[in-house]
Design a protein around this ligand. Structure first.
Ligand SMILES: [Fe+2]
Length: 349
């Protein structure tokens, strides 16, 4: 199984990508709205088909990317039926199974942090995504959104601590950079519920956390009750000038076929050496030449009246060129595959 843990720095949220290697079918768990471009780039680059995007619960600290995924990729949105949220295709309940190719996630109801919290266990019970029920050396707060410390104690004891000791715990958040734990480890060392803590111990601890309310609470909860659909019902606009795709590395890229067909709409900047510019690969008609080594010093020479497509031999140096132009405030994208792909496609030079 393919497994990736991704982090959103603003909300300290972990998102998880799981995929079946054979069929390339994937699920994403706890996506973050603002990380949509990153997450879809990873799916694209790993050649995965997203069948479902799940949330462990209705989050209060970030907006889910589920609706965006559904809108763009046609994947099903899964969330606990208990919330009765909008835009949900898979209203999940305890005992449900979410298959993706030969793999699957098994749903366990672990309420307490919120009334609808779910944990997702892999079929072989080697991994559990606990959302905010069980955290690394912690547990999700229980002081709003229908939270109930007694209920959370029972959820962790009966649904999570009954998993094998070696089962790896992947939490919904961590504020200290800890990425995972195991059930055995948490059963022994969790300061709130480990080491044989009784219900009264846990409830007493949780009642006295005295945490400030999350900054996004008023925005995030209503948005998440629509699976992350913005209030106006529309997806945020992608760049308007062309089909720019952001890679997982964070680079804006554009396909050579589109550039060839819309040559007059863009300014082409070639960042190879003069010798390469006149060499066997040739260059795109009307391209401006500024070698990458000189680009920072000469960036003012690049006209900003049109979006700038940056070109090199294979699309690596030009990637750096696009970074430099972006920093200088220009609208830009890297020509995917550079002049090598341009030639392979038989485009004019
Ligand atoms: Fe939460």
């Amino acid at each position: 199984m393919i497994f990736r843990q991704l982090f959103d720095q603003v909300s300290s949220t972990y998102s998880y990508l799981l995929a079946d290697e054979g069929t390339r079918k994937a699920v994403f768990v706890d996506t973050v709205f603002e990380q949509h471009a990153r997450d879809t780039a990873l799916l694209r680059e790993l050649d995965l088909e997203l069948v479902a995007v799940l949330d462990t619960h209705c989050h209060a600290d970030h907006v889910t990317g589920a609706w965006l995924m559904k809108t763009e990729l046609g994947s099903k949105v899964g969330l606990a039926a208990a919330y009765a949220a909008q835009n949900v295709d898979l209203p999940l309940a305890h005992g449900d199974v979410v298959p993706f190719g030969a793999c699957s996630l098994h749903v366990r109801a672990t309420p307490g942090h919120t009334a609808g919290c779910l944990s997702f266990v892999t079929a072989d019970r080697t991994m559990v995504l606990t959302g905010d029920a069980l955290l690394v050396r912690g547990a999700g707060r229980t002081d709003f959104q229908g939270g109930d410390a007694t209920l959370l104690f029972r959820s962790i004891r009966d649904q999570l601590f009954t998993l094998p000791d070696a089962c790896v715990v992947y939490p919904g958040h961590d504020y200290e950079g800890r990425t995972s734990s195991t059930i055995g480890e948490e059963r022994r060392h969790n300061p709130r519920i480990g080491g044989g803590a009784r219900e009264e111990d846990f409830v007493g601890y949780m009642r006295n956390l005295a945490l400030p309310h999350p900054k996004q609470l008023a925005v995030a909860v209503p948005a998440n009750m629509r699976a992350g659909q913005p209030e106006d019902g529309k997806a945020p606009l992608a760049p308007q000038w062309g089909p720019v795709v952001t890679t997982y590395a964070g680079l804006p890229e554009i396909a050579p076929e589109w550039v060839a067909q819309h040559r007059e709409k863009v300014h082409v900047l070639d960042v190879r050496s003069a010798a390469e510019f006149e060499g066997e690969l040739g260059h795109i008609k009307g391209a401006q030449l500024i070698p990458l080594d000189d680009l920072r010093a000469r960036v003012a020479e690049v006209s900003s009246d049109k979006p700038v497509v940056v070109v090199c031999q294979t699309g690596r140096r030009s990637g750096m060129g696009a970074v430099i132009l972006k920093k200088a405030g220009l609208t830009t994208a890297n020509l995917a595959g550079g002049m090598v792909r341009w030639r392979d496609l038989g485009l004019p030079s």
